[in-house]
Design a protein around this ligand. Sequence first.
Ligand SMILES: Cc1cc2nc3c(=O)[nH]c(=O)nc-3n(C[C@H](O)[C@H](O)[C@H](O)COP(=O)(O)OP(=O)(O)OC[C@H]3O[C@@H](n4cnc5c(N)ncnc54)[C@H](O)[C@@H]3O)c2cc1C
Length: 431
Amino acid sequence: MKRIIIIGGGFAGLKLAEKLNNTAYDVLLIDKLNHHQFQPLFYQVATAGLEPSSISFPLRGIFHHSRNVRIRYAEVSAVIPDKNCILTSIGELTYDYLVIATGVTTNFFGNKNLEKWAYPMKSTSEAINIRQHVLQNFEDALVASEEDRRRLMNVVIVGGGPTGVELSGAFAEMKRHVFPRDYPELDFKQMNVILMEGSDKTLGNMSSQSSAKSKQYLEELGVTVMLNTRVKDYDGQQVLLEDGNVVPSNTVIWAAGIRGNAIDGMPVDAITHGNRFLVDRFSLVKECANIYAIGDIAFMVTEKYPQSHPQVANVALGQAAVLAKNFRQALQSKPWQPYEYKDKGSMATVGKHKAVVDLGFGHFQGFFAWFVWMGLHLLLLMGMKNKIFVFVDWLIAYFSNDSTLRLIFSPVNKKKHSQGASQDASTSSAR
Ligand SMILES: Cc1cc2nc3c(=O)[nH]c(=O)nc-3n(C[C@H](O)[C@H](O)[C@H](O)COP(=O)(O)OP(=O)(O)OC[C@H]3O[C@@H](n4cnc5c(N)ncnc54)[C@H](O)[C@@H]3O)c2cc1C
């Protein structure tokens, strides 16, 4: 029985393992997390709208009845292609075929201060960190001086893509409906939700209608949208912009860049833009005989997509499905089929009754778009229990404009939270 090792139980890796379930392959799915995370709803965990467990699904639970798929909870550090083996936190493992589906991580573009002080949102635990940090800031604001209070209440989000837009909209909704009820002693006219974007539009990858509408929605909700704005530095208290202006804020959420979670030991020529692996149309990594890459980590050039495909769930799921089919074909010595991306459209939500949707045949916005956005996300979410829990949470939030999840379970990252942050940050240029 040939062994396929899949690194990563995200959208791509998990779909591949599911499609290879009960086939004549010995499949080993390895992840450094013991659960699958539904990334599109991280922002609702960060803004206390959903329980972390509602968007997470234990990997072992998915393969209870499998004859051939096994799970390993481990981190992979390197590949040794010549020996067909990988190095992991639980030892060395050998494979006949290796599939890398490790996704991406936050890119701070080498800025150590941003890495230290800004909050990324690439995992459920990072989303929880944001939630706790923001709530703790409001607790601190109650007893802070006037100057500190403004800084504690400001929330800056950097990056006007879907993540930045959805987070900004959700924080603006909280400013309207939730925070004033929790903190009646604070003046919420002092709270600013600020979205900073380097280009001249939000949702730059969507149609011009959706892009313009998203900005309009954000502004209607009270978000300050700063376009053509680049962040130069941040010391935990002050955001220094490239034009020299300074914005005080204890909270910067960084949604402005990603880079591939490449694994060491791969051929140098196989690594390309964004730290991704260059693959052919069959997902085979350049200069490798039996190593494949799928999902966000893969850079596949096609005639229609010379700069590779967008890093979205649909591509990850599609590449996994085609690769699984090809592995099955191999069992019968049948030819492989290349991957072709069918763009089903994109969407983003900004707030209650406010979403934008681009489909092949047109664009629409508003209440219907918001409804479609919710339906699709419920459909894609893994596990019936999770779907029901999320639906119920949304229903309660819809009628009450509230949630009951504003919990601080443990001290937030004090290194980042410390009010004396700037004293030990080497960011004198930021002031
Ligand atoms: C906040 C946010 C919102 C998003 N919203 C949308 C959306 O609305 N629509 C959409 O289509 N897409 C969205 N995306 C993008 C979408 O989530 C990704 O395209 C998709 O997750 C890619 O799937 P993947 O399997 O390639 O990687 P991932 O789903 O990221 O999975 C990678 C897995 O690899 C594991 N891993 C990484 N390195 C190692 C290692 N060294 N050892 C072991 N395991 C490892 C990780 O733990 C993870 O489980 C969003 C992403 C984010 C972060």
